[in-house]
Design a protein around this ligand. Structure first.
Ligand code: SAH
Length: 239
């Protein structure tokens, strides 16, 4: 069944779809009143819905019974991604959304090449669209949020049960030993450095806040590969 995201859900058992999806429903899928689709509220709930009427700029649907999406992982993983060179963040967002990330926070660290200039808002809008498209494609019930950039040195890691920082300088603690050696809890954070890696002092600061530095093995992964590799392993281990 075709699936759409909408937050425009009304009290009386109806919902509205607007924007580009209207064209998709009418011109591409050629759906009509009476046809059924699946809708998601972007927050993890979904239901079957019947098209009641089609207007030029929106579609009205009668909603069925809402239920929790079973595509959503129980463990809520946040990726703190040090800002990579232009264009890579889109790939990171797309892949991590497919793999079940809950939110992504771009981070500015000492060796970031592409520091966010002035207006980051437009970039964030684009990133959020990438997240929406990847959520649709992977049939998630939740659209992960891409947050405003934060500074590495002032990251607040207080709300997490386990914080893993992938550190190319770590020689002993493996991801496996961390995931298997303790109760990881439901709120997990992953921190990945930029192309140039981390300064040792940054790792000290993060460790003092409870982050655990881990090695991902003897090969150095690109920054855009590291987050998705860790996420896949975390999901394999905990879900
Ligand atoms: N320029 C650095 C590598 C940076 S790789 C060097 O040559 O040493 C970019 C980021 O990906 C790193 O900061 C780290 O967060 C992660 N990463 C890549 N490979 C890793 C590995 N083998 N172990 C731990 N982290 C790794």
């Amino acid at each position: 069944m075709n699936r759409f995201f909408t937050t425009d859900i009304l009290q009386n058992g109806t919902a509205r779809i607007s924007g580009d999806d209207v064209k998709h429903i009418t011109k591409v899928l050629r759906l009509r009143a009476g046809d059924e689709v699946e809708i998601c509220d972007e927050r993890g709930k979904e239901c079957e819905a019947k098209i009641v009427s089609i207007m030029p700029s929106f579609v009205i649907l009668k909603t069925g019974e809402w239920k929790q999406s079973n595509a959503e992982p129980e463990h809520k993983v946040t990726l703190f991604q040090c800002i990579p060179k232009a264009g890579k963040m889109e790939t990171i967002i797309q892949k991590c959304v497919e793999l079940g990330i809950m939110r992504i926070i771009p981070v500015q660290s000492a060796r970031c090449v592409a520091l966010p200039k002035g207006d980051f808002e437009r970039r964030l809008e684009r990133y959020q669209r990438v997240s929406l498209e990847a959520s649709k494609q992977s049939k998630r019930g939740f659209v992960p949020q891409i947050k405003k950039p934060e500074l590495l040195e002032t990251l607040d890691l207080g709300g997490f049960d386990t914080v893993i920082v992938a550190y190319e300088g770590e020689k002993e603690a493996s991801l496996k030993s961390v995931l298997r050696g303790r109760e990881v809890g439901g709120r997990i954070a992953i921190i990945v450095g930029p192309e140039g890696g981390f300064e040792p002092s940054e790792i000290d600061t993060l460790s003092q806040k409870g982050a655990i530095p881990v090695t991902l093995g003897n090969r150095i992964l690109r920054t855009e590969t590291a987050g998705m590799a860790i996420l896949a392993q975390v999901m394999y281990e905990v879900e």
